[in-house]
Design a protein around this ligand. Structure first.
Ligand SMILES: Nc1ncnc2c1ncn2[C@@H]1O[C@H](COP(=O)(O)OP(=O)(O)O)[C@@H](O)[C@H]1O
Ligand SMILES: [Mg+2]
Length: 260
């Protein structure tokens, strides 16, 4: 079984901050995984590594492999891996229409320019993905005038135009109201049920759908626990992870955290 990502003894900086030091982790292709950790634990840094927005400090002991390769052309990578992150949401130019947000995925850019032409194959694909997510009627709306939930679906559509095998969601429901949150989680579940593999990155345990079996707890740039969900999401582990007393309850495969 291939690894989506295999990190060995890596060191990574964000500006002057060393986020990871001698850090190792691998995520297999055959399972849906959640990376759970408090603010600042390094989750987004990890996603940026996957997405080739950040690089490791090269040394003889360290390596990073994504789908078995250590070098990637960014456009080619998009067809294997779709990353849907918050910071994208805020980077969009205000006047872009929904359709163009989706089409911009073909160029892995945060916007589109006049000279970019879209053939009918790309336009058809964009339409298909918008249909799938139920957002076709918004395709001529300005992205800036959409609700946060609608915007997030457009960003997902943008990643889906490539039909990537693996989708990475960084804090997928932050800022969404309950209905939008449930709707969006349902879409993620449907994607998993139709064969996509998901890496979910979050600090909310209620976001973890039953389909996700592997839980990696990240604390201060280290793997604090890693294993099957039932074994990892315990009162003791979460209390130590977040440095406060937490009681975990489970119902129908969903988890919630309460003050301990
Ligand atoms: N652009 C940046 N410049 C400097 N330090 C950063 C930057 N982004 C993140 N960091 C630092 O890296 C660490 C990990 O951050 P991040 O990966 O965003 O955590 P998380 O996503 O788990 O909240 C934090 O200590 C944070 O302060
Ligand atoms: Mg983050």
């Amino acid at each position: 079984m291939k690894n989506i990502i295999e990190l060995k003894n890596i060191t990574v900086f964000q500006k002057r901050n060393r986020v990871f030091n001698d850090f190792s982790l691998s995520i297999k292709e055959n399972q849906n995984t959640v990376i759970l950790g408090p603010n600042g634990s390094g989750k987004t840094t990890l996603m940026k590594l996957l997405n080739r927005e950040l690089y490791i400090v090269e040394n003889e002991h360290s390596s990073i492999n994504i789908f078995g390769k250590n070098r990637w052309n960014i456009h080619e990578l998009r067809t294997f891996l779709g990353v849907i992150s918050q910071h994208l949401q805020y980077n969009y130019s205000n006047d872009a229409l929904g359709l163009y947000v989706v089409l911009s995925g073909f160029y892995a850019s945060d916007g589109i320019w006049q000279h970019q032409k879209f053939d009918s194959v790309k336009l058809d694909r964009a339409d298909k993905v918008m249909d799938l997510l139920g957002i076709s009627k918004l395709k001529n709306r300005q992205y800036a005038s959409m609700s946060t939930g609608e915007q997030r679906k457009f960003l997902l559509a943008r990643a889906l135009v490539h039909d990537p095998k693996v989708l990475v969601f960084d804090e997928p429901t932050s800022g969404l109201d309950l209905r939008a949150c449930f709707q969006y989680l349902e879409i993620i579940q449907e994607l998993m049920n139709t064969g996509k593999k998901v890496i979910l990155v979050t600090h909310h345990i209620h976001e973890i759908p039953p389909e996700i079996s592997r839980v990696i707890l990240l604390k201060e740039g280290r793997v604090f626990r890693d294993g099957e969900k039932e074994e990892v999401l315990t009162n003791k582990n979460l209390s130590r992870l977040f440095d406060c007393p937490i009681r975990v309850i489970e119902e129908n495969g969903y988890y919630q955290a309460l003050p301990g």
